[in-house]
Design a protein around this ligand. Structure first.
Ligand code: PLP
Length: 389
Protein backbone atom coordinates (compact mmCIF):
# COMPACT_ATOMS: atom_id res chain seq x y z
CA UNK A 1 0.00 0.00 0.00
CA UNK A 2 1.29 3.46 -0.90
CA UNK A 3 2.67 5.47 2.02
CA UNK A 4 0.66 8.67 1.65
CA UNK A 5 2.56 10.26 4.51
CA UNK A 6 5.59 10.45 2.22
CA UNK A 7 3.59 12.40 -0.35
CA UNK A 8 3.00 15.31 2.04
CA UNK A 9 4.93 18.52 1.55
CA UNK A 10 8.04 19.16 3.62
CA UNK A 11 6.45 22.38 4.75
CA UNK A 12 3.42 20.71 6.25
CA UNK A 13 5.63 18.14 7.92
CA UNK A 14 7.46 20.96 9.71
CA UNK A 15 4.26 22.16 11.38
CA UNK A 16 4.40 21.02 15.00
CA UNK A 17 1.56 18.83 16.28
CA UNK A 18 -0.90 20.50 18.64
CA UNK A 19 0.09 20.11 22.28
CA UNK A 20 -3.54 20.54 23.27
CA UNK A 21 -5.60 18.13 21.22
CA UNK A 22 -4.32 14.98 22.95
CA UNK A 23 -5.73 16.14 26.30
CA UNK A 24 -9.06 17.18 24.85
CA UNK A 25 -9.42 13.80 23.21
CA UNK A 26 -8.92 12.08 26.57
CA UNK A 27 -11.19 14.56 28.41
CA UNK A 28 -13.96 14.08 25.83
CA UNK A 29 -14.20 10.40 26.75
CA UNK A 30 -14.48 11.06 30.50
CA UNK A 31 -17.49 11.94 32.58
CA UNK A 32 -17.83 14.80 35.03
CA UNK A 33 -14.89 16.75 33.61
CA UNK A 34 -14.63 20.44 34.46
CA UNK A 35 -12.68 22.14 31.72
CA UNK A 36 -10.56 25.21 32.22
CA UNK A 37 -8.92 24.34 28.94
CA UNK A 38 -10.90 26.07 26.28
CA UNK A 39 -10.00 29.56 25.15
CA UNK A 40 -13.53 30.38 24.18
CA UNK A 41 -16.25 32.50 25.82
CA UNK A 42 -18.94 30.41 27.53
CA UNK A 43 -21.53 33.04 26.57
CA UNK A 44 -23.81 32.72 23.58
CA UNK A 45 -23.52 35.63 21.15
CA UNK A 46 -25.94 38.34 22.40
CA UNK A 47 -29.39 38.03 20.84
CA UNK A 48 -29.45 41.39 19.03
CA UNK A 49 -26.35 40.29 17.11
CA UNK A 50 -27.82 36.90 16.21
CA UNK A 51 -31.08 38.60 15.24
CA UNK A 52 -29.32 40.93 12.81
CA UNK A 53 -28.02 37.83 11.02
CA UNK A 54 -31.48 36.23 10.92
CA UNK A 55 -32.91 39.49 9.58
CA UNK A 56 -30.18 39.62 6.92
CA UNK A 57 -31.04 36.10 5.79
CA UNK A 58 -34.72 37.00 5.61
CA UNK A 59 -33.79 39.98 3.46
CA UNK A 60 -31.87 37.67 1.13
CA UNK A 61 -28.29 38.56 2.02
CA UNK A 62 -26.80 35.31 0.81
CA UNK A 63 -24.19 36.38 -1.72
CA UNK A 64 -20.45 37.11 -1.68
CA UNK A 65 -19.43 40.50 -0.39
CA UNK A 66 -16.55 42.49 -1.83
CA UNK A 67 -13.28 40.70 -1.11
CA UNK A 68 -12.15 43.15 1.55
CA UNK A 69 -15.52 42.89 3.29
CA UNK A 70 -18.75 44.88 3.20
CA UNK A 71 -17.92 48.56 3.13
CA UNK A 72 -20.40 49.38 5.98
CA UNK A 73 -18.53 46.91 8.19
CA UNK A 74 -15.15 48.36 7.29
CA UNK A 75 -16.63 51.79 8.00
CA UNK A 76 -17.76 50.64 11.46
CA UNK A 77 -14.29 49.23 12.15
CA UNK A 78 -12.76 52.52 11.08
CA UNK A 79 -15.20 54.43 13.34
CA UNK A 80 -14.31 52.13 16.24
CA UNK A 81 -10.59 52.83 15.94
CA UNK A 82 -11.21 56.55 15.64
CA UNK A 83 -13.50 56.53 18.69
CA UNK A 84 -11.45 54.22 20.91
CA UNK A 85 -7.88 54.87 19.88
CA UNK A 86 -8.00 58.22 18.03
CA UNK A 87 -6.39 56.71 14.95
CA UNK A 88 -7.58 56.99 11.35
CA UNK A 89 -7.86 53.94 9.10
CA UNK A 90 -9.30 54.44 5.64
CA UNK A 91 -12.09 51.86 5.23
CA UNK A 92 -11.42 51.62 1.47
CA UNK A 93 -7.69 50.96 1.58
CA UNK A 94 -6.48 50.22 5.10
CA UNK A 95 -8.89 47.56 6.39
CA UNK A 96 -9.55 43.97 5.31
CA UNK A 97 -12.24 41.75 6.85
CA UNK A 98 -11.09 38.15 7.26
CA UNK A 99 -12.24 34.71 8.37
CA UNK A 100 -11.25 35.31 11.97
CA UNK A 101 -7.95 36.68 13.21
CA UNK A 102 -6.59 33.26 12.23
CA UNK A 103 -6.91 34.06 8.54
CA UNK A 104 -5.56 37.57 9.06
CA UNK A 105 -2.35 36.22 10.64
CA UNK A 106 -1.95 33.69 7.84
CA UNK A 107 -2.49 36.31 5.12
CA UNK A 108 -0.09 38.78 6.71
CA UNK A 109 2.66 36.19 6.99
CA UNK A 110 2.20 35.01 3.42
CA UNK A 111 2.09 38.60 2.18
CA UNK A 112 5.45 39.64 3.62
CA UNK A 113 7.64 36.54 4.12
CA UNK A 114 10.11 35.02 1.71
CA UNK A 115 11.88 31.73 2.45
CA UNK A 116 14.37 32.21 5.26
CA UNK A 117 12.86 35.44 6.59
CA UNK A 118 12.75 35.35 10.35
CA UNK A 119 9.89 36.29 12.65
CA UNK A 120 10.56 37.09 16.29
CA UNK A 121 7.85 35.64 18.51
CA UNK A 122 7.94 36.21 22.27
CA UNK A 123 7.18 32.94 24.02
CA UNK A 124 4.98 31.50 25.50
CA UNK A 125 2.64 32.41 22.64
CA UNK A 126 -0.64 31.52 20.96
CA UNK A 127 -0.33 28.11 19.32
CA UNK A 128 -0.98 29.17 15.71
CA UNK A 129 1.73 31.77 15.31
CA UNK A 130 4.68 29.48 14.58
CA UNK A 131 2.67 27.32 12.22
CA UNK A 132 1.53 30.36 10.22
CA UNK A 133 5.16 31.46 9.86
CA UNK A 134 6.27 27.98 8.77
CA UNK A 135 3.40 27.63 6.29
CA UNK A 136 4.39 30.97 4.77
CA UNK A 137 7.94 29.67 4.26
CA UNK A 138 9.46 31.75 7.05
CA UNK A 139 11.42 30.83 10.15
CA UNK A 140 9.86 31.31 13.55
CA UNK A 141 12.36 32.54 16.14
CA UNK A 142 11.00 32.11 19.68
CA UNK A 143 12.13 34.68 22.23
CA UNK A 144 11.77 33.22 25.73
CA UNK A 145 10.23 35.24 28.52
CA UNK A 146 9.80 34.27 32.17
CA UNK A 147 7.63 34.68 35.22
CA UNK A 148 10.20 36.93 36.97
CA UNK A 149 8.83 39.86 34.98
CA UNK A 150 5.40 38.39 34.26
CA UNK A 151 6.33 37.20 30.78
CA UNK A 152 6.86 40.72 29.44
CA UNK A 153 9.16 40.80 26.46
CA UNK A 154 11.67 43.65 26.37
CA UNK A 155 13.81 45.14 23.64
CA UNK A 156 16.85 43.70 25.47
CA UNK A 157 15.35 40.17 25.15
CA UNK A 158 14.65 40.70 21.47
CA UNK A 159 18.12 42.11 20.72
CA UNK A 160 19.62 38.69 21.53
CA UNK A 161 17.67 37.05 18.70
CA UNK A 162 17.65 39.66 15.95
CA UNK A 163 19.67 38.85 12.79
CA UNK A 164 19.98 40.42 9.35
CA UNK A 165 17.18 38.04 8.28
CA UNK A 166 14.70 39.26 10.89
CA UNK A 167 11.75 40.85 9.12
CA UNK A 168 8.81 40.74 11.51
CA UNK A 169 8.11 41.08 15.22
CA UNK A 170 4.86 39.32 16.13
CA UNK A 171 3.35 40.25 19.49
CA UNK A 172 0.04 39.53 21.18
CA UNK A 173 -1.01 41.57 24.22
CA UNK A 174 -3.20 41.07 26.22
CA UNK A 175 -1.52 37.72 25.98
CA UNK A 176 -2.71 34.20 25.43
CA UNK A 177 -1.65 32.14 27.44
CA UNK A 178 -0.31 34.37 30.25
CA UNK A 179 -2.85 37.21 30.61
CA UNK A 180 0.03 39.70 30.53
CA UNK A 181 -0.60 43.27 29.42
CA UNK A 182 2.27 45.64 28.55
CA UNK A 183 2.49 49.20 29.79
CA UNK A 184 2.80 52.07 27.35
CA UNK A 185 6.48 52.51 28.24
CA UNK A 186 7.15 48.82 27.59
CA UNK A 187 5.39 49.06 24.24
CA UNK A 188 7.43 52.14 23.37
CA UNK A 189 10.55 50.08 24.03
CA UNK A 190 9.36 47.50 21.49
CA UNK A 191 8.46 50.26 19.03
CA UNK A 192 11.96 51.74 19.26
CA UNK A 193 13.42 48.26 18.72
CA UNK A 194 11.24 47.71 15.63
CA UNK A 195 12.28 51.06 14.22
CA UNK A 196 15.97 50.49 14.93
CA UNK A 197 15.93 47.18 13.03
CA UNK A 198 13.40 48.31 10.42
CA UNK A 199 10.94 45.53 11.27
CA UNK A 200 7.31 45.07 10.42
CA UNK A 201 5.29 44.67 13.62
CA UNK A 202 2.29 42.37 13.68
CA UNK A 203 0.16 43.01 16.73
CA UNK A 204 -2.59 40.54 17.60
CA UNK A 205 -5.05 42.59 19.66
CA UNK A 206 -7.94 40.13 19.75
CA UNK A 207 -8.11 40.49 23.56
CA UNK A 208 -7.85 44.29 23.45
CA UNK A 209 -11.34 44.76 24.94
CA UNK A 210 -10.63 42.29 27.74
CA UNK A 211 -8.51 44.28 30.18
CA UNK A 212 -9.15 44.66 33.91
CA UNK A 213 -8.53 46.90 36.87
CA UNK A 214 -9.11 50.09 34.89
CA UNK A 215 -6.29 49.32 32.42
CA UNK A 216 -6.87 50.81 28.99
CA UNK A 217 -5.71 48.82 25.98
CA UNK A 218 -3.13 50.60 23.87
CA UNK A 219 -3.29 49.84 20.17
CA UNK A 220 0.30 49.33 18.99
CA UNK A 221 -0.11 51.33 15.80
CA UNK A 222 -0.99 54.46 17.81
CA UNK A 223 2.56 54.69 19.15
CA UNK A 224 4.62 57.39 17.44
CA UNK A 225 5.81 56.38 13.92
CA UNK A 226 4.30 52.90 14.24
CA UNK A 227 1.16 53.12 12.10
CA UNK A 228 2.95 52.54 8.81
CA UNK A 229 4.99 49.52 9.88
CA UNK A 230 2.31 47.81 12.01
CA UNK A 231 -0.34 45.30 10.99
CA UNK A 232 -3.00 45.17 13.72
CA UNK A 233 -5.22 42.08 13.99
CA UNK A 234 -8.54 42.12 15.77
CA UNK A 235 -11.83 40.25 15.64
CA UNK A 236 -15.16 39.38 17.14
CA UNK A 237 -14.51 35.91 18.61
CA UNK A 238 -13.58 36.87 22.15
CA UNK A 239 -15.07 40.26 23.02
CA UNK A 240 -18.45 39.56 21.40
CA UNK A 241 -18.55 35.80 22.09
CA UNK A 242 -18.58 35.07 18.35
CA UNK A 243 -15.98 32.32 17.88
CA UNK A 244 -18.09 30.22 15.50
CA UNK A 245 -18.98 33.12 13.24
CA UNK A 246 -15.40 33.33 11.95
CA UNK A 247 -14.98 37.06 11.69
CA UNK A 248 -11.86 39.15 12.12
CA UNK A 249 -9.95 41.93 10.40
CA UNK A 250 -6.58 43.52 9.85
CA UNK A 251 -5.63 47.19 9.81
CA UNK A 252 -2.49 48.25 8.00
CA UNK A 253 -1.05 50.52 5.33
CA UNK A 254 -2.62 50.16 1.85
CA UNK A 255 0.32 48.18 0.45
CA UNK A 256 0.00 45.45 3.09
CA UNK A 257 -3.78 45.37 2.85
CA UNK A 258 -3.66 45.08 -0.94
CA UNK A 259 -1.11 42.24 -0.72
CA UNK A 260 -3.21 40.39 1.87
CA UNK A 261 -6.29 40.88 -0.28
CA UNK A 262 -4.44 39.47 -3.28
CA UNK A 263 -4.19 36.13 -1.45
CA UNK A 264 -7.59 36.37 0.24
CA UNK A 265 -9.45 37.00 -3.05
CA UNK A 266 -8.22 33.67 -4.45
CA UNK A 267 -8.56 31.62 -1.28
CA UNK A 268 -11.45 32.73 0.95
CA UNK A 269 -12.97 35.26 -1.48
CA UNK A 270 -14.62 36.97 1.48
CA UNK A 271 -15.67 36.37 5.08
CA UNK A 272 -19.19 34.90 5.45
CA UNK A 273 -21.72 37.62 4.68
CA UNK A 274 -24.02 36.56 7.53
CA UNK A 275 -21.16 37.03 9.98
CA UNK A 276 -20.36 40.41 8.47
CA UNK A 277 -23.94 41.60 8.99
CA UNK A 278 -23.71 40.46 12.60
CA UNK A 279 -20.37 42.23 12.92
CA UNK A 280 -21.94 45.55 11.90
CA UNK A 281 -24.58 45.11 14.62
CA UNK A 282 -21.93 44.14 17.19
CA UNK A 283 -19.93 47.29 16.52
CA UNK A 284 -22.97 49.57 16.39
CA UNK A 285 -24.85 48.28 19.43
CA UNK A 286 -22.77 45.62 21.16
CA UNK A 287 -20.76 47.61 23.66
CA UNK A 288 -23.13 47.33 26.63
CA UNK A 289 -23.35 43.54 26.44
CA UNK A 290 -19.64 43.24 25.79
CA UNK A 291 -18.83 45.30 28.89
CA UNK A 292 -21.15 43.08 30.96
CA UNK A 293 -19.28 39.97 29.80
CA UNK A 294 -15.96 41.63 30.61
CA UNK A 295 -17.25 42.45 34.12
CA UNK A 296 -18.17 38.81 34.58
CA UNK A 297 -14.71 37.66 33.43
CA UNK A 298 -13.26 40.08 35.94
CA UNK A 299 -15.23 38.47 38.81
CA UNK A 300 -13.99 35.07 37.73
CA UNK A 301 -10.44 36.38 37.39
CA UNK A 302 -10.43 37.45 41.03
CA UNK A 303 -11.77 34.08 42.15
CA UNK A 304 -9.24 32.02 40.20
CA UNK A 305 -6.28 34.23 41.04
CA UNK A 306 -7.08 34.14 44.75
CA UNK A 307 -7.62 30.38 44.51
CA UNK A 308 -4.17 29.71 43.07
CA UNK A 309 -2.52 32.09 45.54
CA UNK A 310 -4.23 30.25 48.42
CA UNK A 311 -2.87 26.96 47.14
CA UNK A 312 0.63 28.41 47.29
CA UNK A 313 1.35 28.10 43.58
CA UNK A 314 3.48 30.92 42.23
CA UNK A 315 1.33 33.01 39.96
CA UNK A 316 0.79 36.63 39.01
CA UNK A 317 -2.43 38.51 38.56
CA UNK A 318 -3.47 38.39 34.89
CA UNK A 319 -4.47 41.84 33.61
CA UNK A 320 -6.10 40.86 30.34
CA UNK A 321 -7.65 38.10 28.17
CA UNK A 322 -9.25 35.25 30.18
CA UNK A 323 -6.29 33.08 31.18
CA UNK A 324 -4.14 32.55 34.22
CA UNK A 325 -0.72 30.87 34.05
CA UNK A 326 0.32 29.39 37.40
CA UNK A 327 3.72 27.77 37.93
CA UNK A 328 3.49 24.10 38.87
CA UNK A 329 7.14 23.04 38.75
CA UNK A 330 7.29 23.04 42.59
CA UNK A 331 5.19 19.85 42.44
CA UNK A 332 8.09 18.03 40.78
CA UNK A 333 5.88 17.22 37.79
CA UNK A 334 6.38 18.43 34.24
CA UNK A 335 3.54 20.44 32.67
CA UNK A 336 2.29 17.41 30.77
CA UNK A 337 2.53 15.05 33.74
CA UNK A 338 0.63 17.55 35.88
CA UNK A 339 -2.12 17.96 33.29
CA UNK A 340 -2.42 14.25 32.64
CA UNK A 341 -2.59 13.32 36.34
CA UNK A 342 -4.97 16.16 37.21
CA UNK A 343 -7.29 14.98 34.47
CA UNK A 344 -7.13 11.32 35.45
CA UNK A 345 -7.47 11.85 39.21
CA UNK A 346 -9.66 14.92 39.58
CA UNK A 347 -11.30 15.25 36.18
CA UNK A 348 -10.15 18.83 35.62
CA UNK A 349 -8.87 19.73 32.17
CA UNK A 350 -6.21 22.45 31.82
CA UNK A 351 -3.51 23.01 29.19
CA UNK A 352 0.19 22.25 29.72
CA UNK A 353 2.25 25.43 29.48
CA UNK A 354 4.73 23.87 27.05
CA UNK A 355 1.97 23.72 24.41
CA UNK A 356 2.71 27.46 24.04
CA UNK A 357 6.45 27.03 23.61
CA UNK A 358 9.42 25.76 25.58
CA UNK A 359 9.35 28.66 28.05
CA UNK A 360 5.87 27.57 29.11
CA UNK A 361 7.32 24.39 30.60
CA UNK A 362 6.61 24.23 34.33
CA UNK A 363 3.32 26.12 33.97
CA UNK A 364 -0.31 25.37 33.19
CA UNK A 365 -2.83 27.55 31.39
CA UNK A 366 -6.28 27.79 32.91
CA UNK A 367 -9.07 29.63 31.16
CA UNK A 368 -11.64 31.42 33.30
CA UNK A 369 -14.13 31.71 30.45
CA UNK A 370 -16.41 29.40 32.37
CA UNK A 371 -18.95 29.88 35.17
CA UNK A 372 -18.06 30.95 38.70
CA UNK A 373 -19.51 27.68 40.04
CA UNK A 374 -17.38 25.58 37.74
CA UNK A 375 -14.26 27.58 38.55
CA UNK A 376 -14.92 27.19 42.30
CA UNK A 377 -15.44 23.44 41.91
CA UNK A 378 -12.32 23.08 39.73
CA UNK A 379 -10.24 24.98 42.28
CA UNK A 380 -11.35 22.60 45.04
CA UNK A 381 -10.36 19.63 42.90
CA UNK A 382 -6.97 21.14 42.04
CA UNK A 383 -6.36 21.85 45.72
CA UNK A 384 -7.20 18.26 46.54
CA UNK A 385 -4.88 17.07 43.77
CA UNK A 386 -2.00 19.15 45.15
CA UNK A 387 -2.53 17.77 48.65
CA UNK A 388 -2.17 14.20 47.39
CA UNK A 389 0.79 14.48 45.04
N1 PLP B 1 -5.23 35.13 18.39
C1 PLP B 1 -5.23 34.71 19.66
C2 PLP B 1 -4.21 35.27 20.60
C3 PLP B 1 -6.14 33.74 20.11
O1 PLP B 1 -6.11 33.35 21.39
C4 PLP B 1 -7.07 33.20 19.19
C5 PLP B 1 -8.01 32.15 19.61
O2 PLP B 1 -7.90 31.54 20.65
C6 PLP B 1 -7.03 33.65 17.87
C7 PLP B 1 -6.12 34.61 17.51
C8 PLP B 1 -7.99 33.12 16.83
O3 PLP B 1 -9.02 34.03 16.68
P1 PLP B 1 -10.20 33.87 15.62
O4 PLP B 1 -11.30 33.09 16.25
O5 PLP B 1 -10.60 35.30 15.34
O6 PLP B 1 -9.64 33.21 14.42
Amino acid sequence: MKDWQKTLSQTVNQVPPSGIRRFFDVAAKMEDVITLGIGEPDFVTPWHIRESCVYGLEKGYTSYSSNKGMLPLRQEISNLYKREYKIEYDPETEIIVTVGVSEAVDLAMRAVLDPGDEVLIPEPCYVSYKSCVILAGGTAVPVPTGIDNEFRVTAADLEKYVTPKTKVLLIGYPNNPTGTVLTKTEMEGLAAFAKKHDLIVMSDEIYGDLTYGGLEHICFSTLPDMKDRTIVFNGFSKAYAMTGWRLGYALANPVFIEAMNKIHQYTMLCAPITAQLAGIEALQNGEVNMKKMVQEYDRRRHLIYEGFCRMGLETFEPKGAFYIFPKISSTGLSSEEFVEQLLQREHVAVIPGNAFGASGEGFIRCSYATSIDKIAAALKRIENFLQHI
